[in-house]
Design a protein around this ligand. Structure first.
Ligand SMILES: *[C@@H]1O[C@H](CO)[C@@H](O)[C@H](O)[C@H]1NC(C)=O
Length: 104
């Protein structure tokens, strides 16, 4: 496995809520605001501030088929971007995803 692939997999595995983001992207800001509103702790990696940001974005594309940010994972589950996240929230699914503890 490449170093970048290992890094991406580790970030997704170690953080219950993982947001791959770019600091200037409006939907990334809204995604982080949504988690703040839900009082949900998340880990964000800003790809534009990361020295491996381009490689991470490529890795996310090959892992999820999604190149765009935000790219959100909850307990290792790929959620997608802001639309997928708000849809899940409005459908009442997001709470369920957040409460799922894969270790149980
Ligand atoms: C988040 O926490 C604040 C302050 O404790 C509280 O007022 C608010 O209702 C909480 N929001 C949710 C969605 O739990």
């Amino acid at each position: 496995m490449t170093v970048v692939r290992e890094l991406v997999k580790r970030l997704i595995a170690e953080n219950p809520v993982m947001v791959f983001s770019k600091s200037y992207c409006p939907y990334c800001v809204r995604t982080k605001d949504l988690f703040d509103d839900l009082n949900t702790t998340y880990k964000a990696v800003e790809l534009n501030d990361h020295d491996k940001g381009v490689e991470i974005q490529e890795e996310l594309k090959s892992l999820t088929g999604q190149r765009t940010v935000p790219n959100v994972f909850i307990h290792g589950r790929h959620i997608g971007g802001f639309d997928a996240l708000t849809n899940a929230n409005e459908a009442g699914k997001l709470k369920e995803y957040l409460e799922q503890n894969p270790n149980l």
